[in-house]
Design a protein around this ligand. Sequence first.
Ligand SMILES: Nc1ncnc2c1ncn2[C@@H]1O[C@H](COP(=O)(O)OP(=O)(O)OP(=O)(O)O)[C@@H](O)[C@H]1O
Length: 324
Amino acid sequence: MGAEVVVEGLTKSFGRQNVWQDVTLTLPAGEVSVMLGPSGTGKTVFLKSLIGLLKPERGRVLVGGCDMVNSPERDVYEARKLFGVMFQDGALFGSMSLFDNIAFPLREHTRKKESEIRRVVMERVEMVGLVGAERKLPGEISGGMRKRAGLARALVLDPQIVLCDEPDSGLDPVRTAYLSQLLIDLNAQIDATMLIVTHNLDIASTVPDNMGMLFRRNLVTFGPREVLLTSEEPVVAQFLAGRREGPIGMSEEKDAATLAREGRAAPPDPERALPPQLTPSPGLPPRAGAQRRRERVLNLLPELPERARTAILRSYAPVGGAVS
Ligand SMILES: Nc1ncnc2c1ncn2[C@@H]1O[C@H](COP(=O)(O)OP(=O)(O)OP(=O)(O)O)[C@@H](O)[C@H]1O
């Protein structure tokens, strides 16, 4: 099972520019979470802070007993091995074949023999559907294939936590749908804790167990997907509807006068059925994380808003019956 990631009171600034403050959330072990947010709200900075590449000035990130913010660099380096990171552009070495790119972390961080490296690399190549392309250079394949190669590389060290930074950027809607299914299938196979940063509403509404959103230097919300998807918070409703009307402007924030002229954005219709969450492809095991999540979320019910409660009970009810 993947490791839980506990974030407490995290605050990050660059000089006098505060990116976000007092961010507190827990990525539950083995579950899939998504972080949404308009451009420039600090989603990438958040991912980099989780792995200790950027150092917030306040707060803690606890992973398997290590505080990625405040522990000595030696401990942070060790704990970083629990993570697999898929960067926005795949971050592949252009002069190396996909095979060598994917093998790179194994050659760098382990003493495995070449035969063993080959076995692990090919297993991951198969998982992400790149068999036959492993001898190609990154420049000879499509953007979607590069993304999948980046994902395969993020998986070679058997990470307990997988972070994906905008895995959909530059992909067409069909490739994005395949990628969404791939992320769920991977979670079913490796039971890692996953955090996906994205603007993509299709991924956001069909992939995660949990969702959060960063806006105006704050974490607007983080919790079970149903909370955000039924939220009446104007910024969340605007983002999910992809509308111009609302607090999010071209340069992130609108001034109060513009907002007053527009009036409040309509909240989502409470009767609207939520898009169903993807399930693993036929032949794969059920997601252990989804089973744990069901227990966890049903215990949380009394603390959740009415709309989210109704949506959760509806999604867990057997057809025509009530949740036990
Ligand atoms: N190393 C850095 N030094 C100074 N400022 C930085 C640095 N990295 C990021 N920033 C600033 O932090 C803010 C948040 O950037 P970040 O890339 O995390 O946003 P984002 O939400 O991921 O955006 P997008 O969705 O457009 O990728 C931006 O204003 C950016 O300029």
